[in-house]
Every structure is written in structure tokens, then in C-alpha cells.
Design a protein around this ligand. Sequence first.
Ligand SMILES: [Zn+2]
Length: 197
Amino acid sequence: MYDGIVQELIDELGRLPGVGPKSAQRIAFHILQTPTFDVSRLSTLLSEVRERVKFCERCGNVSENDLCAICSDVRRDQSLICVVEDAKDVAAIERTREFRGLYHVLGGAISPIAGVGPDDLRIRQLMTRLSDGTVQEIILATNPNLEGEATAAYLTRLLASMEISVTRLASGLPVGGDLEYADEITLGRAFEGRRSA
Ligand SMILES: [Zn+2]
């Protein structure tokens, strides 16, 4: 334990996801002891990121504009939408460079235990995007766990009556895990080997 403000900093850092007490202490001392560490840059970034970054009004990805960089890119295949739970999954899939279509971020997964139902997700917005007939294929890339599977099954049923091909990422992704933690090669292969849902 440290006195006053040092301990406050350690406690605050320790509240961040994935940062345990040891790491919090290490980061705090790095900030305190490294002359080249630019404190004002970090503090400016922290306050600006909340002000400037919003979510794309079409796909729900993080963006500094009304439309994100992917939705604004006319070279992307407009007939293909990859449905993911979270904006972090968009970044994971982009790193594979396997996918040249568009995304739709649901903002979570169906979970009766957590009280999350279809109406809590951006499913209505997805249906609106499909209404003009441009989209030919929907790739369901929800997480390979219970909630992700339930969400994929729900969407498959919902989309069954539409003339759109619905595919699911191939198995091989670590079961129970999060898409964002899958390595690029595994995730890339899962795209290539996607199958009809
Ligand atoms: Zn977008």
C-alpha cells in the first residue's frame, strides 16, 4: 500500500479490464518514474476519445464520423455483411485481411441469464439494411460460445424466409472463447471454410 494519490492511481488502473494489482502498480510507477512518458498526451487522449469517438450509424462500429471508415469505403463488397457481437471483433477480422465486405455490430449476444434479448441488440437495424436487396450473403461471426450460438441460431431463423445466403464461420475456433482472442490464421481459415447456417 502506498500513501494517498499514488495508491489512488494504482486502484484506478486496477479497475481497468485485464489489469491486475501487480500490473496496476507497474504502470503507476512507469508513469511516475519515466521522464519521457508524456502524461499530458495520455490525459488529452483519454478525455478526447470519449468526446470524439461515436458509433457508426449504419453498422455500429467505432467511428469519428457518422459513417465508419469501412462503411464509407466504396471498394468494399456491398453484397456481403459479416455480423459480429462487438466492435472489437471487427478489428480482429480486419487483421486477417480475409474479408472485404461490410460489418454489422450487434452490441452483444442473446443471453437469458444476463437479461439480454433480441430487442436489446441491433437486429432491427440489420433487417433495415437488408430491405433494399443489395445484400446477398450474411456471415454470422458471433462468438463460439453458448450466447454466440444462440444468437446465430436466432438470426438464422429470422433470415430463413429471405433470399439471402446465411453462413456461419467454420469450426476450428476455440470453443467457449471470444472471437477477438482467436489468432489471425485460425480466424482467416474460419472465414474461408464458412458453411451454410
Ligand atoms: Zn460502419
